[in-house]
Design a binder for this molecule. Structure first.
Ligand code: CA
Ligand code: CA
Ligand code: CA
Ligand code: CA
Length: 159
């Protein structure tokens, strides 16, 4: 009778140890690898590029009057030009300009036809696009004007 109890007790003790050990292993091994994608993946598909770039009114309306004036648009365009032309050589080739100007638009902006867009050409092109987006010629773009094809084309030159 005593022998049976001892064997039983040893058996239960051994079982508890095995479960305990495998329980520790199960928690220690998969936990870090499972936590990494769980934190990274759910955010990525939700965040669309338009949301990441934000509202143009919020981004560029420096004087907060609810409209974009030509000066605000040109200052944003100048900053974008510097960003796209990190060698600061006042000459944006077709490869550097690709995020904002391609094909016909690049040739239209390149008014001296040297195959490069200098900053003055870029700002002059931005100004022409501003005028196209501003049919009432009141010197500023309101939300309705930004929400036209010409308005959206202009915004693509700024970011
Ligand atoms: Ca403004
Ligand atoms: Ca350059
Ligand atoms: Ca040029
Ligand atoms: Ca206007």
């Amino acid at each position: 009778m005593l022998m049976v109890r001892v064997v039983l007790a040893l058996g239960v003790f051994g079982l508890t140890q095995a479960v305990g050990a495998s329980g520790v292993l199960a928690q220690a091994a998969p936990a870090p690898s499972a936590a990494t994608p769980a934190q990274g993946t759910p955010d990525l598909p939700r965040r669309r590029p338009e949301e990441a770039q934000g509202d143009p009114m919020v981004a560029f309306d420096v004087n907060k009057n609810g409209k974009l004036e030509l000066a605000e648009v040109k200052s944003a365009a100048a900053a974008r030009y510097d960003e796209l032309n990190p060698d600061l050589d006042d000459s944006m080739d077709e490869r550097e300009a690709a995020p904002v100007l391609q094909g016909e638009a690049f040739r239209e902006a390149d008014t001296n036809k040297d195959g490069n867009i200098n900053k003055a050409e870029y700002l002059a092109y931005v100004e022409r696009m501003f005028e196209r987006a501003n049919p009432d010629q009141d010197g500023s773009l309101d939300r309705a004007e930004l929400d036209t094809e010409a308005g959206r084309a202009l915004m693509r030159l700024l970011r």
